[in-house]
Design a protein around this ligand. Structure first.
Ligand code: PLP
Length: 377
């Protein structure tokens, strides 16, 4: 057990009650709680449509399908992301083309490198808003318009995060969110696809449930009696037990994120006194989800990253590393290209604990421990 874990669920009796209520309603698969969750989510984001799905990986797969991405198409994406972002491209036999990140202070995809990677086969760009900090969306949307490309936002880290006042996930053609246990909104497993385009939404909804024209819940309510199957779809539905947890989690989200912003400010102040540690996005202004808190060791100390992590664990502080770059995984070696910034930064990254119940004492203890490990007691 770690004294300070990497994350903590903000679950309480509200979630327990919501689950009990759904169980007692005797409708536990996709039904009214899904609809309520989707409506609440789209209202909070100002998104045209939201479609609850079983996780974000399938939301990304659906995004590729509804945008018509197929064999041989090239999709530009970051390597500094969770592997699911890139797996989704391979699910439709498209080709991932990795672009570098901006730098050690901005870990999001670099629009300059996106431009360099465009070919006549490029069809789409998937961006990932690292820790909830927005990618350079103005520039990326401009590139997309110039070249007729689709844009998918992997917004797993960023529910309610904003880019110039607009919620992440609502800027590109499709936005995808995750409600995996350690995310800002947790339903165990779960995800959401958002889009402002009616046709894309209808298509995603069809594919979510086997390509069937009606859902069991609609039939059980007598809204329709039969169904047709018009396309080979999937079972990518979310059940109502999870959706009911999601609804309660949404009620808590804003306060949770405000507390995380405070935790981040404590971290920024504490690490201002620790030479050798770079806090990415330090200068960022705007509302951000702070899904994780990652730091980068500078060039002089970067080679000690693994040793520092081991010693933080010994001191009771859990850490992680977001992320091992995808282009280095065996399965992606065929798509590997030089990504000098990603490679340099990834080897110096450490993810430190971040959750809304953290105290200023927790943060001071972490910063003092890192300082002691880097520079001696
Ligand atoms: C950036 C990113 N993309 C995709 C995923 C996949 O989400 P899920 O686990 O809900 O499939 C995750 C999280 O796990 C993620 O952090």
């Amino acid at each position: 057990m770690f004294k300070i874990p990497l994350f903590d669920l903000n679950f309480g009796v509200e979630e327990e009650q919501a689950v009990l209520e759904t169980l007692r309603s005797k409708w536990i698969s996709t039904g009214p709680k899904n609809t309520a969750f989707e409506e609440k989510f789209s209202a909070m984001l100002g998104a045209g449509h939201a479609l609850a799905v079983s996780n974000c990986t399938v939301a990304l797969h659906l995004a590729m399908k509804i945008l018509g991405i197929g064999p041989g198409d090239e999709v530009i994406c970051p390597s500094l992301t969770f592997v699911a972002t890139v797996n989704a491209i391979r699910y439709v036999d498209a080709v991932p083309v990795f672009a570098d990140i901006v730098g050690e202070s901005d870990l999001t995809i670099d629009p300059v490198d996106i431009r360099r990677k465009i070919t006549s086969r490029t069809r789409a760009i998937i961006v990932m808003h690292y820790a909830g900090f927005p990618c350079a969306m103005d520039e990326i949307m401009k590139i997309a318009h110039e070249h007729g490309l689709k844009v998918v936002e992997d917004a797993c880290h960023g529910p309610l995060s904003e880019y110039l006042g607009q919620k992440l996930g609502t800027i590109g053609d499709v936005g995808c969110f995750s409600f995996f246990s350690n995310k800002n909104i947790s339903t165990g497993e779960g995800g959401m696809l958002v889009t402002g385009d009616d046709r894309l939404y209808d298509h995603a909804k069809l594919l979510r449930s086997h390509g069937m024209t009606t859902l069991s819940y609609e039939r059980s309510k007598g809204h329709s009696t039969g169904y047709d199957v018009v396309e080979s779809g999937y079972n990518y539905r979310m059940d109502d037990i999870r959706a009911s947890i999601g609804i309660v989690q949404l009620d808590k989200l804003e306060l949770d994120l405000r507390r995380r912003s405070q935790v981040r400010r404590w971290y920024e102040d504490a690490f201002a006194e620790v030479p050798g540690v770079i806090v990415p996005f330090r200068a960022h202004e705007g509302f951000v989800s702070n899904y994780i808190f990652a730091v980068v060791l500078d060039e002089a100390h970067g080679h000690r990253r693994d040793e520092i992590r081991d010693n933080l664990h010994k001191a009771g502080i859990q850490t992680s590393m977001h992320y091992p770059p995808v282009h280095r995984f065996s399965i992606f070696t065929g798509y590997s290209v030089p990504l000098p910034v990603t490679e340099s930064v990834a080897d110096r990254l450490i993810t430190l604990p971040m959750y809304s119940r953290m105290t200023s004492e927790d943060v001071s203890f972490i910063a003092l421990t890192v300082n002691g490990l880097l520079h001696g007691e």
